[in-house]
Design a protein. Structure first.
Length: 263
């Protein structure tokens, strides 16, 4: 079976073929927290920037060449084994996906319900697993979930965040018994999305959330995902400034509008 990244790129390529034209790339930036691809149609796609592990000031050998490429060529980088190239590819895919959804709005179903309210944990206390630590979700999940386990490879996150709440793990297999699975969009950047879906076979609800999840949702829906929640950047100068100054989601989210797509 093909991987999610492969299906997303194929989906974007297929839909793009039906458009009269695609915008040109205006800017590519790999910043500390997020990577961005900006198009000259005033469209911005973003993706979490993985830790590069560089041992010098050079983090990307082909720096200075990316903004010269067509956006679909950048989108193909979502399939690259290089983590930084992959983040550029996802940001490009997210930018093109916004263009496609704007031109084909009838093909996508937007939910009027907030992502957290879609989770089936208020009526029944269920086991929740989360791939990636989404801090703002913790108060809601610890209040309503029977248990919460967070799988994240960030070495700075200690086991047992908040002292008593969620359990921390670096093993994706620990999701085997969860009833609800939440996957950050940045998981596409680090490559464990498909493994998370495979590991959480008992999950009755799967959601993907985060600014990195701005891609066309159908490949995820075909894998059993129930909701994909992203962010549409509405104030590009503000978001660009926050990202280029090293900011993360809390800094640029104010320059966008959250949305949730459902099958």
């Amino acid at each position: 079976m093909s991987k999610l990244n492969e299906d997303i790129v194929a989906e974007v390529r297929a839909h793009s073929a039906g458009l009269k034209s695609l915008p040109r790339v205006r800017m590519v930036a790999i910043s500390l927290g997020y990577t961005l691809v900006e198009l000259d149609s005033d469209t911005l796609g973003v993706c979490f920037t993985p830790r590069s592990g560089a041992d010098s000031c050079v983090h990307y050998q082909s720096a200075g060449t990316l903004a010269r490429k067509p956006v679909l060529e950048l989108a193909e980088l979502m399939l690259s084994p290089n983590p930084l190239e992959k983040s550029v590819g996802i940001a490009a895919v997210n930018a093109v996906s916004k263009v496609i959804m704007d031109q084909e709005p009838e093909k996508y179903r937007f939910s009027d319900i907030d992502f957290l309210d879609l989770l089936p944990i208020k009526k029944e206390r269920l086991k929740v697993g989360m791939v990636g630590n989404i801090g703002p979700f913790l108060p809601f999940l610890t209040k309503h979930a029977a248990s919460l386990i967070i799988v994240d490879d960030n070495p700075s996150l200690p086991r047992g965040i908040m002292g008593h709440g969620p359990a921390m793990s670096r093993n994706i297999k620990d999701l085997a018994q969860v009833d609800v699975l939440i996957i950050t969009g940045s998981s596409a950047a680090v490559g464990d999305f498909d493994e998370a879906i495979e590991s959480a076979r008992s999950a009755r609800f799967i959601g993907v959330v985060g600014p990195s999840a701005g891609w066309l949702p159908d490949p995820a829906f075909r894998r059993g995902v129930h909701a994909v929640a992203g962010t549409r950047v509405t104030d590009i100068p503000g978001a660009r400034r926050a990202i280029l100054e090293g900011g993360g989601t809390p800094h640029f989210i104010r320059y966008g509008q959250k949305y949730t797509l459902i099958p």
